[in-house]
Write a protein that binds this ligand. Structure first.
Ligand code: PRX
Length: 661
């Protein structure tokens, strides 16, 4: 992070205090800050007992052996019971849990808490009939349909950790995740609807499971029938979800598990090619998700209609579709498709038709809506909205202002929430009934979280300074380890400063001490709010027979935040072919498709530049900073540490001809 980046941040004078009527009914209050400061563990114990029901109460709050923590360790609970049975038993079984909206128009279905409860009990019995028991991992590879929620909760009911793999990932990506977690069963669908047409999913599972002579840990595949398209079938292994559920016993007792029992594994990109299995456990995770759904999203379950637009395949879907809102008993919208199908007002039509009161979405979506124009949302009545949230990447002050004005009618507080797959739940955010929000700033750590910005030496930077964003005390929803790799957990997150968590973001404290998250300082990119590692894409490129070497950088992009830009050196046989400009362009397309096949369409480079050399230091490390300069059309920075300083001239000269897509 350069000094210049830090100084470029303007002083932002606009502030938006909460409207008094909002503050009067807000769940999150100013006293919470004081309470958490005065008694850190006591405050969390209180949240754990307020928001979560324990089948056995805990006596111990935190045990901290850096970097390993346990929270509420001798308590017992079941996450699914908290999300469903609790509400049914309290007499709220008839409340709508999910308003499902499929992408095809008119394809909608509501599920009450009782109906979900019925389905989840059957699904738990169906899984257990396939031999899934407490501690067995189940992979879930589904579109955004209610069965994704049902499948996750059925796993939680059994104490079987789920590993949800984003439906946009390729069979290769699915395969590595299945192998790493030794998943026993995969839950998938024939397909889903995306951009106006059915797209298949099951073939990717088939390809993942039949992989040369490798033996898979998977014994069965449960297939939801969503699109009705023709689906290849492996007898004995594959079963239809609806048949399995119909055949299953209707009732199932939720299995109480210890607070530290694994709830799920979710893979995320790090700085090396191999994705990390982030392990979350039950009690602390559920506590912080429900607490933040209440104090940050201000969910009032009896009156709100909440909508988080994330996919279930990312952590936001885990924490803020399934575990947070459902533990509170909220009513929510789940939408399967894209925001422009069949028209660019689809989101706003949903807000209007369902009376959505709380909307949680990503800056990349907000920038896209800005591009489409404010006359589109203006056609709909969005007066039901009362709170707006943002997550996934830094939100530019202008996008924040647009969101507040055009979507929120200048009346709704906006919460910019900073957190990560690893943190499990929101860490830094305004409290909407307390904080005077500043456009573009995530503001301060929420009550119970202690964050800071440190310099290289590990000292806190003064207000106005920039450095590394860290968390200095453990927190309930923190990752417990990288699945199967404690050493990687220690090195990655706790290696830079002793006993302090650092996971890759740079930040600035403004003159008031508010935090501005500046984005990643490591080799991780953030494309439309999704994390991808440069190494992962480089490995995908190098796996193509024509590629000798590749370097990938994230370059600024107005819509997606960052875009993937790749620099590729071809193998000598391929160079001759590519010399002809026409063939070079074809090759670029071929490589882009190759990356999409290896990782998934989100990883497809926006640009591939074929070059003869890459800029390297004397020790052989690629200087991505220089490549970023090229990708962002900037004057190339200091080249004095390059082994061969003429390389950059060569790259720039070469880009006139072959290459960019
Ligand atoms: O760089 C930060 C960015 O997203 C990263 C975490 O990505 P992931 O684990 O996929 O989780 C995304 C959803 C929580 C962070 O390291 N990020 C997330 N939220 C914000 C953000 N950057 C700035 N402001 C945010 N509100």
């Amino acid at each position: 992070m350069s000094e210049q980046t830090l100084e470029n941040l303007l002083k932002e004078d606009r502030t938006f205090p909460p409207p008094p009527e909002f503050a009067a009914h807000a769940n999150g209050t100013a006293e919470l800050y004081a309470q958490a400061d005065a008694d850190f563990e006591g405050c969390w114990a209180e949240q754990a007992r307020t928001y979560v029901t324990w089948s056995k109460d805990f006596t111990q709050v935190l045990d901290w052996n850096p970097p390993f923590a346990t929270w509420f360790a001798d308590g017992e609970l079941n996450a699914c019971w908290n999300a469903l049975d609790k509400h049914v038993e309290a007499g709220n079984g008839d409340r709508v849990a999910i308003h499902f909206i499929g992408e095809p128009e008119g394809d909608t279905k509501d599920y009450t808490y009782s109906e979900l409860h019925d389905q989840v009990q059957r699904a738990a019995n169906a899984l257990s009939a396939l031999g899934v028991g407490t501690g067995d991992t189940v992979a879930i590879y589904l579109p955004m349909i209610p069965e994704a929620v049902i499948a996750m909760l059925a796993c939680a009911r059994l104490g079987a950790p789920h590993s949800v793999v984003f439906g946009g990932f390729s069979s290769e990506a699915l395969r590595t995740r299945i192998d790493d977690a030794s998943a026993k069963v995969v839950i998938t669908a024939d397909g889903g609807y995306r951009r106006g047409k059915p797209s298949s999913l099951k073939p990717a599972v088939d390809a993942a499971l039949v992989h040369g002579d490798d033996v898979t840990s998977v014994t069965n595949v449960l297939v939801v029938r969503r699109t009705g398209q023709d689906t290849a079938w492996t007898d004995g292994r594959d079963l239809w979800w609806h048949e399995a559920l119909a055949a299953a016993e209707p009732t199932h007792e939720a299995v109480p598990v210890g607070a530290e029992h694994p709830l799920f594994i979710l893979y995320t990109s790090g700085t090396t090619g191999k994705p990390k299995g982030i392990l979350h456990t039950t009690g602390g995770f559920l506590t912080q998700c429900a607490y933040t759904s209440s104090v940050v999203h201000d969910v009032h379950p009896e009156s709100d209609v909440y909508w988080c637009t994330a996919d279930i395949g990312w952590v936001t879907g885990h924490s803020y579709i399934v575990y947070g809102p459902m533990t509170l008993g909220a009513t929510q919208v789940i939408y399967e498709g894209t925001p422009d199908t069949p028209h660019q007002g689809r989101f706003w039509e949903i807000v209007q038709d369902y009376g959505v009161t709380i909307l949680y979405t990503a800056p990349t979506a907000i920038r896209t809506f800005m591009k489409w124009g404010e006359e589109i949302p203006a056609k709909f009545d969005m007066s039901s909205l009362r709170l707006l949230g943002s997550v996934g990447e830094p939100i530019n002050p202008e996008a924040w202002m647009w969101y507040r004005r055009v979507i929120g009618g200048d009346r709704c507080p906006v919460v910019d929430t900073w957190w990560q797959t690893e943190t499990g739940a929101i860490m830094i955010s305004p409290l909407p009934g307390v904080s005077a929000a500043v456009p573009g700033s995530a503001m301060r750590a929420i009550p119970g979280i202690v964050a800071d910005v440190l310099d290289e030496a590990g000292d806190p930077v003064p207000d106005g300074g920039g450095g590394y964003l860290v968390i200095t005390k453990p927190w309930p929803a923190m990752l417990r380890t990288v699945y199967g790799d404690d050493q990687r957990y220690k090195d990655t997150y706790w290696g830079r400063y002793d006993g302090v968590y650092f996971a890759g973001d740079g930040a600035k404290k403004d003159v008031d001490g508010d935090i501005w998250v500046l984005g990643r300082v490591d080799d991780v990119m953030n494309i439309s709010g999704h994390r991808l590692s440069t190494t992962e894409i480089e490995s995908a490129l190098v796996s193509h027979p024509k590629v000798a070497e590749a370097a990938v950088v994230g370059a600024a992009d107005v819509t997606t935040g960052q875009a993937v830009c790749a620099f590729v050196i071809l193998r000598s046989e391929a160079v001759e072919e590519a010399d002809d400009v026409g063939e070079g362009a074809e090759l670029v397309q071929e490589l882009r498709t190759h990356v999409a096949r290896e990782i998934g369409p989100i990883a497809k480079p926006r640009q591939i530049m074929i070059v003869e050399e890459l800029p390297k230091t004397r020790s052989g490390k690629i200087m991505r900073r220089l490549l970023r300069d090229v990708a962002e059309n900037r004057e190339v920075g200091d080249v004095t540490t390059l082994a061969d300083s003429s390389v950059m001239d060569l790259i720039k000269a070469g880009l006139g001809g072959t290459g960019s897509s």
